[in-house]
Write a protein that binds this ligand. Sequence first.
Ligand SMILES: [Zn+2]
Length: 348
Amino acid sequence: MQRTNVSRLRLLLIAALAAIYGYWGNEGDASALEGAITVTGYGSYCSKTWGDGAWAFNYDDTTASNPCLKDDPQGMGTTQRRGLFSINEWNDVVVKCVGMGDVTFTRVGAAALNEARQAVSTQLHSSCIFTVSPRKIPIFDAPFAGTKLCGTGFDHSRRTTQMKNYLGEEAKWNIDNHEGIDWGIAANTPLTAVASGRVVKAMVWINTGCPDKSIEQIERKVFILHSACNAAGFCEKFVSYYDHLNLLAVATNQLVTKGQVIGKSGNSACVPEHLHFGVMRLTNTSDKLLEDFDIEDRFLQATIDPYGWRADWVDPRGWEDDKTGDIENDNGAISVNLWNEGKAPQCK
Ligand SMILES: [Zn+2]
């Protein structure tokens, strides 16, 4: 009898570990989830493939089960994407299969996922990968107080010489492919964390691009990792990026809470006084499940617009590239509106 009890205990332990693995196993470094933000109204989805061309795409809108285990209880397949979708609001889905052009869907709730699956399930296409993105995950508050001058915005078009704002309209900024938002802000204005998270890098960067070599050439930057997770432990991860600071008030690896002062704005790196604010998406980018935050590679990260994308077709930044419209090996991502209701920066 005792032997049976021990076996049962072992089984329970294995089940517990499996549950933990199922929750966090593909999310990378568990310590990065310290300070995670719990979001409600989001289900979990999972896109899997197997070496023989088989694929599975499942979702759960109750957060009671793990859709990665539904057609793959043994965990033999490769998880290509896993993350959040909005149960009651808009989602985008991009489907890529071998031998088929990209298919995109924009619908409310699980209808987007259902239609995407139906579109390919009856055909003989193999190795299908489904990338889902909710239009909104409201976790950010403005990084500064008051109304500021709006400058160059985020360019959603990957094509050079063409610029598009988040409404899908042609924009006429000075910088093509700008991967962030500029606000004119007087030097030494306090800047705050847009959401709780972990400072993955607070640094001084040597910028050799200053035309006048006699002046200070350093550039101060802060990068903060934010994890938005549902009750099932499915997460989407973003890094907020503050540039041209005159003062750093946080250190690498520090946990911060929303509204905490992380530094002061400025003109470091020989620019006019302004805040460049960027957001990198680390989960469910165009060609990857997870993108590692890499400061040395920061220009290669998938950057998104924190105002999201509001036209009724899928964000071109998330699946087109600058030549063929295909992103097999590209680093784009679908933008998500990350601002809390009424908390986006006010600009004039
Ligand atoms: Zn900028």
